[in-house]
Ligand binder design. Sequence first.
Ligand code: NAD
Length: 306
Amino acid sequence: MTQDISFKDKVVIITGAGGGLGKQYALRFAERGAKVVVNDLGGSLSGSGNSTKAADVVVEEIKSKGGTAVSNYDNVVTNAEGILKTAVDNFGTVHVLINNAGILKDASFKKMTEKQFTDVLDVHLNGSFRLTKACWPYFKKQNYGRIIMTASPAGLYGNFGQANYSAAKLALVGFGETLAKEGYKNNIKVNAIAPLAKSRMTETIMPPDILERLLPQKISPLVLFLTSDQCPTTGSIYEVAAGLFAQIRWERSGGLYLRPDNTLTPEAILNRFKDISDFTKPGVQHPVQLNDYNQVWTVTSKLPSN
Ligand code: NAD
């Protein structure tokens, strides 16, 4: 029999929850009994300005339906501690952290300024780092934590005009993969999602009929599942959009083994480059940790010269 997923007595922090995906998560967590910290700076898509309204509207909606939520207007970059403090002052701790706040400063790489690059890294990567760092001691002490890193297909595959955003989003994947390992023995589970959904981030770049299939409501079920008591996985990446839920993993080809002596030249690679990129040969792996290079050495050191 399927168990219900409940967040009764769980404290959930969601950054950037005044709109888009974050708002949807906040409503769904609250419906299932969570005490929700609705963080949002209330700025523009590129991060300028601020307002208390975005977070307050979501909190009011939750309260009007009988749920429990509190607003927080701090910037994840400059006051992550303030966001945690809102959770601790109001609800005593934090169990679930959804790193969701984000901005866009798109430009082709030729035109991208250093400020556009670092501003985007600051909100997505450094903001997630600072708030996760603040929450981590609570997760460890209570032997329970659930974290979502919000990556993006643009981070996994690249996307024209988004060098800053792609860099930040793939960095969050690596960040989460390491935290999954470090948090494992304390029941801290960390997963990354790469969503695509209708929000102010996408509504100017995608046609309306497609956007209607990409409602943020299609993303929240996975986020709630991955942050539930029942979550069976950590350190994973999921692509999610329009009703598709698919895991993404690394794939290492069977590879080319060459003897590491003085015949290991660029030409040796040239001659057999196809073997390096051949994913059809036996030996394909899906690594989840650093390779065992001792084993590689055992194989390569016995090969004939190249
Ligand atoms: P959105 O603009 O509606 O939501 C982002 C929210 O973050 C906004 O409400 C904004 O005010 C808030 N925010 C921005 N900077 C902040 C800061 N420094 N401190 C606190 N709050 C801040 O966009 P969305 O589409 O709902 O995006 C949510 C997350 O999902 C983002 O991380 C985004 O990069 C990611 N994402 C979205 C899509 C998509 O298709 N919509 C695709 C891939 C990834």
